[in-house]
Design a protein. Sequence first.
Length: 303
Amino acid sequence: MKIAMIGLGKMGANMTQRLLRDGHQVVSYDLNEAAIQACEVFGAEGARTLDEVASRLSQPRIAWVMVPAGSPTETTINALADRFAPGDIIIDGGNSNYKDSVRRAAELKARGLHFVDVGTSGGIWGLAEGYSMMIGGDEEAVASLRPIFETLAPSADRGWGRMGPPGAGHFVKMIHNGVEYGMMQAYAEGFEIMKAKTEFDLDLTQIAEVWRYGSVVRSWLLDLIVRALAEDADLSDIKPWVPDSGEGRWTVFEAVDLAVSAPVITLALQQRFESRTEEAFSLKLLAALRQQFGGHEVKKKVD
């Protein structure tokens, strides 16, 4: 199957490699020439314009958009729609607001185009481990993309699925990220308490390692805590400044709209706001976790 990957950041480039490795053909496009060349090394066909992208794909064309949510995604999808024909498929694999995805699907459907929203989790580890994909879209369009999802997932029969109509994929991914906020916050607070118990001189790395096996709180996030603490047990080189990329806020807004109580996720979001004015080990650990699973930049202290 041939697909265009639009946006060659860390995830887009890794997804390109995974697709190529499984025998798919990929047309790679990015505003950064170096990113295109890097994918060409792995066997992708580099394209320097969206016109070239469209010309290199046979109908029905398939384009997977992996650019930042908001204006970049809107502009890219509209530009592709202008170049595509009825029956072609545009996939948004970024972290768009699900309400935008519902709107975009309706707009593209009016032009005879299919829109599929894919909430994608896996971060910088997806190349090796595969991606969890929460998919929204018409059943027929999603079914036609099955070979791509089977390649990108951890295995062909797990880690991906159609959540419902257009918008459902990004909605579920939004809630996924809200849950992630709460889990990360709970870990961070627990380790903060243990660090404060100075009379026991606790080895936090050892504790995290013990918890990884047999414990009811074992998880991939705990694996990443071990990595972070092994690199710097005191996290002395990381500022406790934790950004939020939008999905946590959207989850809280949705909870309010639906009159659903979500105190853990809400407080976890508020704690990220607080991190920008406060020094605390738990906040350093949150920042370190984001770097470990997603390759997100951390703010370093300046001597």
